[in-house]
Design a protein around this ligand. Structure first.
Ligand code: NAP
Length: 489
């Protein structure tokens, strides 16, 4: 445990069976603050042995007579509700940890992500005990029905862009359905989830129900996929890693669900409220430093309003200045790591080399400290759908602007991607909005808005953005399996 004066206590050990413990190997890895480049802590690095211990602890709570099994669903819901209350009341503490580790503005971590995680827990607490089977009349002489049973031990693997929130998107429905969880956060950002585990213990979640095991992706991920005591893998991360996980899981035929990358189109028609669309375009790509799976990273603009819209977007982007993530007014924080910043800068060079025009940003930003991984909000114009910056996920504050001539052209260009996570349509024509919504192949489509989420609304991808849904009633599918019962009378 590392304590920084006047800072929240940073927990950096593995959380297994209700205790914070070192990795069996004793190995650690450093995690640092991307805004200052200073080390925050050495985090215990789990290996296969630790995965085994965590999986066994989680399994024990599924055995008949265990504390978790004996709890009524309503009592499970009470623990989840208490945890949501605790997250809400300690948002400043856990939000600060998230900001230190991830570089996102405190405005986001404390006032958006943490409340969203709490709301997710409240929502799924409400489902506990309400996920039921049905009686299905088939024939005389038979009583036939289904049971919705938990899948068992859920192995979750989560990314670094919304470390706490996306982990809770998996933990909350899994617990509501009576499962237990072994979760591996991203190495760049393990700290908020370890703090969450401490809260969960304080709220009375029985030891072993939730286990948090930071460690190297391939090491922990492979051990989780191969472990016979883990029943399902719920993954959020890149398409490349998701594909590898699925291939590996073929050996054990483990149930896998994947929430993957995106290259989401944000389509602005000439009849849209252009002021709102410009605001929306910025929110779509620069919220969360563009490290958002659903980021509107392709701005599709109807020819006739191209210049007018771009003037507004460029003007707003110029006013968006990177700042100290801990300052309450900062809206653009630090890129999560040097590696990711280098990746973003590489794509900016690729865009220039491909002939796209930089109309805003295009370089690193300095917040006056000479430190930190900051990148200016960057906008490319004159982008063609064949360019790499129009096809590949950059996962940073980089927008590719593409023109279109009519609705058919817009739909064709919106769908010119292997991804299908999200999209938006800006128009005052309600019929056109609905027609385009239907034609776009994506798991979420916003109309005259962007980046709106609610725990009741399913979220997930089409195409190479994955399958399975987080959030909403659909998420319960991931964490339950149906048993059919035939009783001959
Ligand atoms: P990533 O590199 O795929 O990593 C995601 C998680 O997988 C991390 O915990 C990582 O651990 C782990 N991992 C890495 N290699 C692994 C392997 N061989 N086997 C098993 N696990 C492995 O993704 P990221 O860079 O953290 O996150 C960005 C990506 O996530 C983007 O593509 C983004 O679009 C996607 N994303 C999707 C959604 C959605 O809901 N669809 C939401 C958010 C983000 P380490 O950190 O230790 O490498």
């Amino acid at each position: 445990m590392t304590t920084i004066s006047a800072e929240p206590t940073i927990l950096s050990k593995l959380f297994i069976n209700g205790d914070f413990v070192d990795a069996r190997s004793g190995e650690t890895f450093a995690t640092s603050n991307p805004a200052t480049e200073e080390k925050i802590a050495d985090v215990a690095s789990a290996g296969a042995e630790d995965v085994d211990l965590a999986a066994r602890a989680a399994r024990a709570q599924l055995e008949p007579g265990s504390e978790w099994q004996k709890m009524k669903p309503r009592d499970r819901a009470k623990v989840m509700w208490k945890l949501a209350d605790m997250l809400s009341s300690r948002a400043a503490e856990i939000g600060r940890i998230e900001t230190l580790d991830n570089g996102k503005p405190i405005f986001e971590s404390q006032f958006v992500d943490t409340p969203a995680a709490a709301e997710c827990l409240y929502y799924f607490a409400g489902w506990s005990g309400k996920v039921t089977g049905e009686t299905i009349p088939i024939q005389e002489g038979a009583f036939t029905y289904t049971l919705r049973e938990p899948v068992g031990v859920v192995g979750a693997i989560t990314p670094w862009n919304f470390p706490l929130m996306l982990a809770v998107w998996k933990i909350a429905p899994a617990l509501a359905c009576g499962n237990t969880v072994v979760i591996k956060p991203a190495s760049n950002t393990s700290l908020s989830l370890l703090k969450f585990a401490e809260y969960a213990r304080e709220c009375g979640l029985p030891a072993g129900v939730l286990n948090v095991i930071p460690g190297r992706g391939s090491v922990v991920g492979n051990a989780m996929v191969d472990h016979p005591g883990i029943d399902a893998i719920a993954f959020t991360g890149s398409t490349a890693v998701g594909r590898g996980l699925m291939e590996r899981a073929a050996k054990t035929l483990k149930k896998v669900t994947l929430e993957l990358g995106g290259k989401s189109p944000n389509v602005v028609f000439a009849d849209a409220d252009l002021e709102a669309a410009a605001r929306g375009a910025l929110n779509a790509i620069f919220y969360g430093k563009g490290e958002v799976c659903a980021a509107g990273s392709r701005l599709l603009v109807e020819d006739s309003v191209h210049d007018e819209l771009m003037a507004k977007v460029i003007d707003r982007a110029g006013k968006m200045v990177a700042g100290d993530p801990l300052h309450p007014k900062t809206r653009l924080g630090a890129i999560v790591s040097r590696e990711q910043m280098d990746n973003v800068m590489k794509y900016i060079e690729v865009g220039k080399a491909e002939g796209a025009k930089v109309v805003a940003g295009g370089e690193r930003a300095d917040i006056g400290t000479g430190k930190g991984y900051f990148v200016k909000p960057t906008i490319f114009d004159d982008v063609d759908t064949s360019m790499r910056i129009a096809r590949e996920e950059i996962f940073g504050p980089v927008l590719a602007t593409i023109r279109f001539k009519d609705a058919d052209d817009a739909v064709a260009k919106a769908n010119a991607t292997v991804y299908g996570l999200a999209a938006a349509v800006w128009t005052r024509d309600i019929s056109k909005a609905h027609r385009v919504v239907r034609a776009i192949k994506a798991g979420t489509v916003w109309v005259n808005s962007y980046n709106l989420y609610d725990p009741a609304l399913p979220f997930g991808g089409f195409k190479e953005s994955g399958f399975g849904r987080d959030q909403g009633r659909d998420a319960l599918e991931k964490y339950t399996q149906t048993k059919s019962v035939w009783v001959s009378l």
